[in-house]
Design a protein around this ligand. Sequence first.
Ligand code: GLV
Length: 369
Amino acid sequence: MKNSFRIFATCDMGDSINLLRSRGYDVEVYPKPEAPPKSLILEKVRSGIDGLLTTLRDPIDAEVFAAGAGTLKVVSQIAVGFDNINRADANKYKVPFTHTADVLTDATAEFAFLLMGSVARRMWNAERLLRENQWGFWHPYLPFLGDEVAGKTIAIIGTGRIGLSMIRKCSGFDMNILCYDPAYQNHDFVQGIQEIKDLIFARGLVKEKSWIKYVELTEALAQADFVSVHVPLLREGESKMPTYHLFNETTLRTMKPTAYLINTSRGPVVDEQALAKALREKWIAGAALDVYEKEPLAADSPLRDPAIEDRCRLYPHFASAARITRLSTDPTKGMAGRCVQGLIDVLECNYGGDITKMPYVVNKEAFGG
Ligand code: GLV
């Protein structure tokens, strides 16, 4: 079947774009690696495109939906997070939008786990020492030591898909696990992990019994050696339990001075001024971040302060950046494939045209779901 849908993609998505073209779609791709200016998105939407392929860098709000009133049929985002898309505005204009949950769950959790190891075992400091030709001797504790991850206690803040995947990885390292989630608790999953922990102890495969449980936030923060953040960004007014600046002076001060904070969720969940202060004043031992209040990270960000450099690992929103996860055209494996499939579902009226049945559509409530 040939289609004549017009699409604007705010970035290239590899072969998945060709897949649309092979189905007859007329696809224009913004050619630069940076996000297009909003004025260009508005111009394209006003020109009557049927679908918009977006990234988390594009502000998709009332202005965009108004520009597409009567013509824009779908917004399809290559990300699991969609805090850049105003859900209320999408609903008002009855435009379904899709995201790419599931396919990046393990890649993101794996990255969070590796960040934890990288900051706690001081990988960057150690490599820099060698590269700067400062490795003059082997010594029991000089020039510095790191902290082990295995057997420690981690707080998982947010037990959605990525938080649960992180729990599985941490279980493999015999960590004790404190779970906190303001909105969604998966007690079955937690019980399953505890049963595995009990079994490997009973069979003599580990020396110490480890545990997992749900607790309140304060308890999680006060007891954990590592705190890993996996909540969506919800601003005031978007939820009864907003997550904006969930990590602030008060919550950071609740953590142990020996604890590390890992954030692979969304930058604004952490107040960066407060975190830089916490690192400078050693309220906590270190942090590893993949996401920021404003991306890319500003040249004058307090997180770049050389005084905290040895305790603060910074990565460029990179957690899902694994080859298959980002670019596979297979919607069960790749973000690009899933993003494009979400668009196709809506435009080609898959699932009998019932948007509430389309697996990648987020705002089903606007269509009676
Ligand atoms: C990445 O941050 C995503 O939301 O997919």
